[in-house]
Design a protein around this ligand. Sequence first.
Ligand code: NAD
Ligand code: ZN
Length: 379
Amino acid sequence: MKAIVYNGPRDVSVQNVPDAKIEKPTDAVVRITTTNICGSDLHMYEGRTSMETGRVFGHENLGEVIEVGAGVDRIKVGDRVCLPFNIGCGFCENCEKGLTGFCLTANPGSAGAAYGFADMGSYQGGQAELLRVPYADFNCLVLPEDAQEKENDYVMLSDIFPTGWHATELAGLMPGESIAIYGAGPVGLMAAHAAMIKGASQVFVVDNHPDRLKLAAQMGATPINSLEKEAVDQILNLTHGKGTDRGCECVGYQCCDNHGHEANHLTMNNLVASTKATGGIGVVGVFVPQDPGAKNELAKEGKMAFDFGAFWFKGQQIRTGQANVKAYNRRLAELIHHDRAKPSQIISHSLKLAEGPDAYKHFDARDEGWTKVILKPAA
Ligand code: NAD
Ligand code: ZN
C-alpha cells in the first residue's frame, strides 16, 4: 500500500509499504478515505522527537472497515468509522474512567498510545491507503447515514474538534463566561468553535497570522493580532481591565526556525496576565521533550520558565494534557449530524496522498492560506 513515510527531519515521502493487516483478533483494517495533517505531526516532521525513520505518519483518520478480526463483534465490514487519535483498550483503569488518552494497556509504561506518533507505541499511522485499528470494537466511532456527505466534518472528530473542546473543558468554561484562546491554528480555531457552541460571552483568539485570524472572526470570535499591539493589553481593554474568565493554550512547542523559543513561555505568561484572578487555564499545546537543535537550554529539554509567582498570586488553575477523544466524539458527532457544528470550515486544502509531502512543507512553514490540510488516499 502507499503511505507517507518519515525519512528524517523535514523529509517525508510517499512509499510502498506492507499492507496493514489483522495482527490480533481484536483488530480491524480500515480503508482510509480521509486523513489529516496535524500540528502535532510537525513536532516529529521537524525532527524534534524520537520518531523512527520508516514509520508512517497520520493520527487523524476516517474510513471504511474492510476486515475484522475473529474477536470483533460490534464493528462490521462496510461500517464508516472515525478513529480517535488515541488508542485505548477500553478495560484498563484509565480507559474505564474515560481517560483514553492515557490508556495503560496500549502502550504499557508510558502515557497513552496513538497512530503514527513518537513515544506513543509502535502503531503505524493512517496517512496511507490502509490502517490497522487495535481494540476495534472500542475505538471505532460508527458514523451515521450522512457519513460520506459530511466526511470532512466527521474526520475532525479524530482529534482537533475534541481537542479544542477539551481545551475549553480543562479551562472550566461555563456558558456566559469569557475566554481567550492563544493560537489560531486548527486546534485553537476548534477551541473557538467549541466556546461559541458552549455559549461563551466573549471569545478572543490570539495569533499573528491574518489568514488564520480571519477564520476565527468568521466563527464569531474576536481576533487579536499580537503584532498590532500586545495581546494582553488588547484583551484587558476589551474586558474592562478584568481579564477573561478562562484561557486556553493552543500553541505548544513552536520550532525556532519559525517562531523563536520565547513563544513557549510568552504564551503561558500572557495567559496568566490576560486571565482574571481565580480563572482557569487549559493547556493542550504539546511540549515535546527533546529538541537537540534548540538554541535555548530549557527548550532543548522541552522545559520552559513562566511566571509562577503571578500565577500563584492570582489563585488560578492550570489543567493540561492529551484530549481523551472518546469522552467527546459521540456527542460532537451529534452536533455535526444535526448541523450545530461545522468543523470543516477551517479546511484550506483537500489533496491526494501524493501531494502530502509538499503539503507538509507549506503547513510547517505556516504559509499563508495553509490552515488545515486533509488528504484523500482513495481519490
Ligand atoms: P499550529 O502549529 O498550526 O498552530 C499553532 C498556532 O499558534 C500558529 O498559528 C502560530 O502562529 C500560533 N502561535 C505561535 N506562537 C504564538 C504565541 N506566542 N501566541 C499566540 N499564538 C502563537 O498547530 P495546531 O494543529 O493548531 O496545534 C496546536 C498545538 O496543539 C500543537 O502543539 C499540537 O501538537 C497540539 N495538539 C494537542 C493535542 C492534545 O490532545 N492535547 C491534540 C492535537 C494537537
Ligand atoms: Zn492531530
